[in-house]
Design a protein around this ligand. Structure first.
Ligand code: DC
Length: 234
C-alpha cells in the first residue's frame, strides 16, 4: 500500500514553523510532530532532576526514563512528560535557553532521533525542527526551510510570550533569539542547516495564509506525482 508523505519543516526559532506545521498537518489530515517540544521536555526534566547538562551519560540515562507524548485536543495540543502536562512549563525563556544546550548533546540527539523516526515512519506526518530534512528523514518527500529576519522572529516571540501573560522585553527577546540561532547553527552535532533539496520560504513579509498556500501547493504537487488521494488538496 502507498504510504502518505513525510513533510519536513526546518528553520530557526520564530520563523513560524510551529504555526505552519500545525495548519499544514490539519489541512492535509496529517499528524503534526513538534520535535522542539521533545527537546524542551528533556531540558525541563534535566532541570527538575538537577542533572549536569554536560554529563552525556546522565542525560542518556534520563532520556530512557522519559515518556514524551502529544495529546491532541479540540482547542490545541498538549505535551505530556511522564503523563504530566508540561505545555506551559517548557515554553519559558529559561527552559528555551537550557534547551539550546541540552539539544546539542549527542546522547540526547540520538535518543530523540530514534523516537522521531518511530513516530514518522508510517508517513502522513509533518515534522518540524532543525534537522528533520538533513538528519532525521533525509529522504522525506517534501522539505521546507522556513526563514525570517531575526528582528521579525524576535518580535513574533515577544508577542507570543506577552499574550501568555509573561513579562518580557522586546530587545531582550530579540537578543535571545539571536543567541539561540548562534548556538543552534554553531553546534557540532546536527546543526541547523538547509537541506539542498529543501524549498526555502522567507516569511518576513508574508502572512501565515500566504506561507500556508505556498506550502500546500508544493505538497499537493508532490502528492499528485505520487498518485496519492487528493485529501486536503483542492
Ligand atoms: O523549535 P523550538 O524553539 O521549540 O526548539 C527548541 C530548541 O530545541 C532550540 O534551541 C533548537 C532545538 N531543536 C533541535 O536542536 N532540533 C530539533 N529538531 C528541534 C529543536
Amino acid at each position: 500500500m502507498k504510504r502518505e508523505l513525510i513533510v519536513a519543516i526546518d528553520g530557526p526559532s520564530g520563523a513560524g514553523k510551529s504555526t505552519l506545521s500545525k495548519l499544514l498537518a490539519s489541512r492535509l489530515g496529517y499528524v503534526n510532530i513538534d520535535t522542539g517540544a521533545m527537546y524542551r521536555a528533556v531540558a525541563l526534566a534535566a532541570h527538575l532532576r538537577n542533572i549536569d547538562i554536560t554529563d552525556d551519560q546522565a542525560l542518556g540515562r534520563l532520556c530512557q526514563t522519559l515518556n514524551i507524548e502529544f495529546e491532541r485536543l479540540a482547542d490545541g495540543e498538549r505535551v505530556l512528560l511522564n503523563g504530566e502536562d508540561v505545555s506551559q512549563a517548557i515554553r519559558t525563556p529559561e527552559v528555551s535557553l537550557l534547551t539550546s544546550a541540552v539539544s546539542a548533546r549527542p546522547a540526547v540527539r540520538q535518543s530523540m532521533l530514534e523516537l522521531q523516526r518511530q513516530l514518522g515512519a508510517q508517513g502522513g506526518v509533518v515534522l518540524e525542527g532543525r534537522d528533520i530534512g538533513t538528519v532525521v528523514f533525509p529522504r522525506a518527500e517534501v522539505k521546507f526551510f522556513l526563514l525570517a529576519s531575526a528582528a521579525e522572529r524576535g518580535r513574533r516571540r515577544f508577542e507570543e510570550l506577552r499574550a501568555k501573560g509573561l513579562s518580557v522585553e522586546l530587545e531582550r527577546t530579540i537578543a535571545e533569539v539571536e543567541a539561540r540561532d548562534e548556538a543552534d547553527s554553531a553546534r557540532e552535532h546536527a546543526p541547523l542547516l538547509q537541506a539542498e533539496d529543501a524549498v526555502a520560504i522567507d516569511s518576513t513579509a508574508l502572512s501565515i495564509e500566504q506561507v500556508l498556500e505556498t506550502m500546500l501547493e508544493v505538497v499537493c504537487r508532490r502528492r499528485s506525482l505520487a498518485n496519492l488521494p487528493r485529501g486536503g488538496c483542492s
